[in-house]
Design a protein around this ligand. Structure first.
Ligand SMILES: NC(=O)c1ccc[n+]([C@@H]2O[C@H](COP(=O)([O-])OP(=O)(O)OC[C@H]3O[C@@H](n4cnc5c(N)ncnc54)[C@H](O)[C@@H]3O)[C@@H](O)[C@H]2O)c1
Length: 295
């Protein structure tokens, strides 16, 4: 008996990296998986649709159940086709894992509108596209007792504001907002929505200069994507229904529950603040709290 026996799971960007490690584990745990991957280079160009089918071959050779899909998840209709393929091939859909991603790292003053938009298109629009089509399907099922899942991928680059990744940081924080919104909206349709903030030794991290690598480790095994795969497998399972609207970190052996934004301090004035009094109070009350976090 696998933890995911009978589950039908779509994973975007799962021909390589974290997605591939995850698809393999989910299939080994009994899920039928749809391996989506456009097969692009790290910057989203130079498509070669091989990785999705190669991974499917590997999974099926090991006795697992998998089909390939090479749709571009940044395209709204293509993402709909991906969701429909799962339902057509396996008769239903239980889980969507939004892993696909690209990088076009530039400082804000060097970032072209095209590099801004292309990163948002894949990460943020791609996550919206599959979530939208899957949620329409789940809403039509009208099964509040279902154990359906949306599992999104965010990043510490967004959570902590990587200076050389304004497009990626914005997209990844947009994904957290989308995760919170879907978590609040879809519970009544039997869907939980959570986000993973991973760190793993893939080609994506290989593109980051050594001194900026997260978690301070370059050990391939210690930072294997297999660690992240286990966290996704648990959340994809029917047991995780208690977890909704959360960001879970997964970096090597460490699993983290992140907090949600909460007010640290509040200042209230009725009637409206006098500007000089607001100035005095913000510097007196807020400044000691934020000092050291600015420039
Ligand atoms: N590796 C890390 O340490 C790390 C850290 C933080 C966040 N992440 C996030 O985790 C996810 C996986 O990253 P990874 O390191 O495995 O990257 P990766 O580059 O190894 O894999 C990403 C895959 O997405 C595919 N892809 C890109 N655009 C696509 C599109 N439009 N449609 C379909 N497939 C597409 C690529 O072909 C590639 O195979 C990404 O969302 C990334 O932002 C990774």
């Amino acid at each position: 008996m696998g933890m995911l026996d009978g589950r039908v799971i779509v994973l975007t960007g799962s021909g390589r990296g974290i997605g591939a490690a995850t698809a393999k584990l989910l299939a080994a745990e009994g899920a039928s998986v749809v391996v989506n991957d456009l097969g692009v280079a790290l910057d989203g160009t130079e498509g070669n649709v091989g990785p999705a089918q190669e991974l499917v071959n590997e999974i099926t050779a090991a006795g697992g159940s998998a089909v390939a899909n090479t749709d571009d998840i940044a395209d709204y209709d293509a993402a709909g086709n991906l969701i429909q393929q799962a339902i057509t091939e396996f008769g239903k859909l239980d889980v969507v894992v939004n892993v696909a991603g690209i990088l076009r790292d530039r400082m804000i003053f060097n970032l072209s509108p095209e590099d801004w938009q292309s990163v948002l298109n894949v990460h943020l629009n791609g996550t919206f596209n599959t979530s939208k089509h899957a949620s329409v399907y789940w809403r039509e099922q009208r099964n509040a007792e279902a154990q359906n899942r949306i599992i999104n991928f965010t990043s510490v680059s967004g959570q902590f504001g990587a200076p050389g990744q304004p497009n990626y940081a914005a997209a990844k924080m947009g994904i957290i907002g989308l995760t919170y919104s879907c978590a609040n909206a879809l519970g009544r349709y039997g869907v939980t929505t959570n986000a993973i903030s991973p760190a793993a030794a893939t080609r994506m991290v290989g593109s980051i200069p050594d001194e900026r690598r997260k978690e301070g480790s370059t050990d391939a095994d210690a930072m294997s994507p297999d660690h992240v795969a286990r966290v996704v497998a648990y959340i994809a399972s029917e047991r995780s229904g208690w977890l909704n609207g959360q960001v879970i970190g997964s970096a090597g052996p460490k699993v983290t529950l992140y907090n949600k934004p909460a007010a640290l301090q509040e200042l209230i004035s009725v009637p409206k603040w006098e500007l000089d009094e607001l100035t005095t109070q913000m510097e007196k009350v807020f400044k000691p709290t934020v000092s050291g976090t600015g420039r």
